[in-house]
Design a protein. Structure first.
Length: 205
């Protein structure tokens, strides 16, 4: 059966396939041949769309993936209650793990640990953006800026670590535990009492 043509064109298809492969294998194990096979893009399009070669493809895939997660985070942080915002974000991450049958990880973390320097830089920029968004949310909720910055570092680090544990354990339990603890921490930073779970949060899908 012939592969359906991607409506967004071969470049977008290659980037999406690269993101999927990076999530499953890490950066080092992803080649142009893998991406072409997964995307169905014509072989001759590789250096037309990515004249910088594999390094450019991996870097752009990292940027696109970072923008995608940034959108999810921005949506979650639009929820007025900080605890509910964290829960909505964790639920989004858990659904991604479940859809991937716990065989996928965070593409930004994979890029940060990979072998392409420009992709590492792009991953760092994504992490910086996420921290800044969380800082802004905490400050708006009443946290002191310096305290908000340190808590934001912990939030990003804890969620990324929880994703690793959830993948190995094949259950979102680690995300649930981390969000419970982050709820207490964030409430402390903004000077309000922790909210016990379960918290009813809007669907972040």
């Amino acid at each position: 059966m012939p592969r359906r043509k991607d409506p967004d064109g071969p470049r977008a298809a290659m980037i999406r396939s690269a993101i999927s492969l990076i999530r499953r294998r890490g950066v080092a194990a992803v080649s142009f041949a893998d991406v072409l096979n997964a995307s169905g893009a014509p072989r001759g399009s590789v250096y037309h769309h990515f004249p910088g070669g594999r390094a450019q493809l991996v870097t752009e895939a990292t940027r696109v993936a970072g923008d995608r997660v940034t959108g999810q985070l921005t949506e979650a942080l639009g929820i007025p209650d900080t605890a509910a915002a964290l829960r909505a974000l964790a639920d989004t991450l858990a659904r991604g793990l479940d859809r991937g049958d716990y065989a996928v990880g965070c593409p930004i973390a994979a890029a940060a640990l990979g072998n392409e320097p420009d992709a590492v830089t792009a991953a760092g920029a994504a992490f910086d953006t996420w921290r800044d968004l969380i800082v802004g949310k905490l400050v708006r909720d009443g946290a002191a800026p310096e305290r908000a910055r340190s808590v934001a570092v912990l939030v990003v680090s804890a969620l990324e670590g929880a994703l690793v544990l959830a993948r190995t354990e094949r259950t979102p339990a680690a995300l649930d535990t981390v969000v419970d603890e982050l709820n207490v921490l964030c409430r402390s930073a903004i000077g309000t009492a922790p909210v016990p779970w379960p918290v009813t949060a809007p669907d972040a899908s």
